[in-house]
Ligand binder design. Sequence first.
Ligand code: ADP
Ligand code: MG
Length: 300
Amino acid sequence: MTHIPHDLSHVQSRDKAEILAQALPYIRQFHGKTMVIKYGGNAMTDPALQQAFAEDVVMLKLVGINPVVVHGGGPQIEGLLKRLGKQGEFIQGMRVTDAETMEVVEWVLAGEVQQDIVGMINRAGGKAVGLTGRDGGLIKAQKLKLLDQQDPSVEHDVGQVGDIVSIDPSVVKSLEEAGFIPVVSPIGFGEQGESYNINADVVAARLATVLRAEKLLLLTNIRGVLDKAGELLTNLSAVEVDALIADGTISGGMIPKIAGALEAAHSGCNSVHIIDGRVPHAMLLEILSDEAYGTMIRSH
Ligand code: ADP
Ligand code: MG
């Protein structure tokens, strides 16, 4: 893992100035542009990393970039379900979400995790506003049809797990334009007003597409996409991704992440990166420096 010192007291002033000056072309290039950032994994549970994340988001906003945050919360949901004595059940990586589990998902994501992030950003000097898919009719969803991997004639019932039907980004745009930082929980709503639990990477990717975002950054708990030998793949195309999924190199939570990344890349998002949220200021380094981090996903 790249070592980045937290304590910059020993860094020469001239070096600090050099680092700041390096950011200028990026600030100019990205001024007024939207960047969708999926916040999850360890970066979301470690207090020092949380602080660094919140500061980075505020910094981006202050230099004229429009960050839109989409957050996950798997470990937090798992924690509360355990405390309530509810056993999690998964089918093909999807959490079976009965009505009671969906209530827990909504409490945790919209009530706790989202509000924690909003609070952190605001304490760092930003103006964050929390949204779920319900707010402003942001995310319309329907029940996910989960076909069996071996036998596609069999459909599994995973309850209130959702597929995105459409996204109406007008509420996000209005907030952006008024100087706010939207923080979105990955909950969609159906025709009867019912709630759906949606993978946060999928929401971030679709939002990036609909908003015509300049960048999609997926912060995670690993260096990026790794090959069979555990080496970082710095650059991946759709064809390479297909091969890595087919031979089992990419599995679990990396599958929706990479699928979302590809979708965003295909639909015109200029740059899509899976980066290590365990590195302090990973996002700022990716956006405002010459360095390349993690895995970049190309559409071709
Ligand atoms: P997040 O909270 O960031 O969505 P996930 O657990 O859903 O985290 O997805 C990231 C995980 O995907 C990694 O921690 C790793 O265990 C798993 N994974 C599966 N295949 C790969 C791969 N080829 N490279 C990197 N991570 C992978
Ligand atoms: Mg995940």
